[in-house]
Design a protein around this ligand. Structure first.
Ligand code: URP
Ligand code: ZN
Ligand code: ZN
Length: 469
């Protein structure tokens, strides 16, 4: 039997096992695992390397409209290129509905931006901001049937926040259709009140972004989202969880038998609120929501990754430039933190940070790393051919040099931002070669793929959601 590609002599890890074997790939799929597989058009020698399922980043924002005059730093070409250099083979961005715009038109528009541009595979979630009768009764169920089997709802942000009544409405559709609901849990009115009060008192520097969204704002919304989901009896994923109190809400719900899942992100492991206290506007580089907290919260998030409060570890890549009129430094000529676009880049650094700080420092095993970075994302969101190394799966593979040591630096990265919030953080372990459906996209740190080779993946219903009757 002959193969298109053999990856030989590596140490392979899945979410459950670590073993030594060669991988035979044909027509984009893994077709053999073993030793002495025979001939191939190409063989990659992975001696001394780890051979892992390619990362799936189930929470990234690319080319989203972000308010008047503000432009996201990545389009689908640069965002997926950066993802590939960071060891990812699939990313899951959002088709974000704006108020008054049809959901169908929204999805069409995002495909117009993404199709033919991507280096990795992509699979869209939806964002619902305007749950009209048409959306609830027609467009959403039809899109879910077409493979957009998850959607995010926001409990904060002007123009995006849903009222509790609307949350219940969209959760009901998820229950009927088997979609997975992702929730951004922060209390909108509380943030507005605190922001107004801070501004009136002249507290406008970026560090007050954190003060305007303290832990109770997130804890209360997490509790409310879970309660609403309980009323409808529908599973829910609480995304970008930053602290112990919100985690406790998730853990308590789960101990009561509710299907509540959790996601955390690198910013809650290695950044703190102190990072937002830079000179002048430097702190704007770290403004994201929920905000980075303190070292006790970092410790809590590590415990959540170890204990299973969190199933997924995503980047929440939401890139803006800093020194740019369309970016974070001087948004629309206004100086208050209120106008700094929320979000930070991180799709390329998510996995090295988790590997180095997690596996390298003995906090999680290599198999937990695989589960948190790939396998659980595939299971949570119905990417049934992705997220593991097994016969029949897509040949989505990242080859890692576990000994490579470096300090993260903007100069090494491939995103469209002009900075990285992780500048200077030392890591050991780096993905050197990324293979998407058997095609080498990045080889030994050099881009080999062309935009357009990545494709959109329509998904099955999540195994973690309710199966529709
Ligand atoms: O600050 C953040 N996280 N921006 C991205 C949008 C979101 O809420 O996920
Ligand atoms: Zn969010
Ligand atoms: Zn996000």
């Amino acid at each position: 039997m002959s193969y298109d590609l053999i990856i030989a002599n590596g140490t392979v890890a899945t979410a459950t096992d670590t073993f030594s074997c060669d991988i035979g790939i044909r027509d984009g799929r893994i077709v053999a695992l073993g030793h002495g597989l025979g001939g191939a058009t190409e063989t990659i020698d992975a001696s001394g390397r780890l051979v892992l399922p390619g990362g799936i980043d189930s929470h990234v924002h690319i080319s989203q409209p972000s308010g008047e005059g503000i432009v996201m730093a990545d389009d689908f070409e640069s965002g997926t290129r950066s993802a590939a250099f960071g060891g990812n083979t699939t990313v899951m961005p959002f088709c974000m509905q704006e108020k008054g715009v049809s959901l169908r038109e929204t999805v069409k528009a995002y495909h117009g931006l993404a199709d033919g541009k991507c280096h990795t595979d992509v699979s869209f979630h939806l964002v619902l901001s305007d749950p009209t009768e048409q959306v609830l009764g027609q467009d959403l169920p039809a899109l879910i049937a077409d493979g957009y089997t998850s959607f995010k709802v926001f409990m904060t942000y002007e123009g995006l926040a849903l009222a509790d009544y609307e949350m219940l409405q969209v959760m009901s559709v998820a229950r009927e259709t088997g979609a997975l609901v992702m929730v951004h849990a922060e209390n909108y009115d509380a943030i507005r009140f605190l922001t107004d009060r801070l501004e009136r008192g002249g507290s406008i520097a970026p560090k007050f972004h954190g003060t305007s969204r303290p832990i109770p704002v997130e804890r209360e919304a997490t509790h409310r989202a879970i309660s609403l989901a309980e009323l409808i009896d529908v599973p829910v994923m609480i995304v970008h969880v930053s602290n112990r109190e919100a985690m406790e809400e998730i853990a308590r719900a789960r101990s009561r038998g509710l299907k509540v899942y959790g996601e955390t992100c690198p910013q809650y492991l290695v950044l703190t609120e102190k990072d937002m206290d830079g000179l002048n506007m430097e702190g704007a580089k770290y403004v994201c929501s929920p905000p980075p907290r303190d070292t006790a919260s970092q410790q809590a998030c590590w415990e959540g990754l170890q204990s299973g409060v969190f199933q997924t570890f995503s980047s929440d890549h939401c890139p803006f430039r800093y020194d740019d009129p369309a970016g974070k430094l001087n948004p629309k000529g206004r100086t208050s933190f209120r106008w700094v676009p929320n979000g930070i880049p991180g799709v390329e650094t998510r996995l090295p940070i988790l590997f180095s700080e997690g596996v390298g420092k003995g906090r999680i095993s290599l198999n937990q790393f695989v589960a948190l970075s790939a396998t659980n994302h595939a299971q949570a969101y119905g990417l049934t051919s992705k997220g593991s190394i097994a016969i029949g799966m897509d040949a989505d593979i990242a080859i890692w040099d576990p000994e490579r040591e470096l300090a993260i630096s903007q100069s090494l990265l491939h995103h469209g931002s002009d900075y990285t919030p992780y500048e200077g953080i030392r890591v050991k372990g780096w993905p050197v070669t990324t293979i998407v459906r058997g095609r080498v996209v990045v080889r030994d740190g050099v881009l080999e793929g062309a935009p357009g080779e990545g494709r959109h993946i329509a998904r099955e219903r999540s195994r973690w959601a309710l199966q529709p009757a």
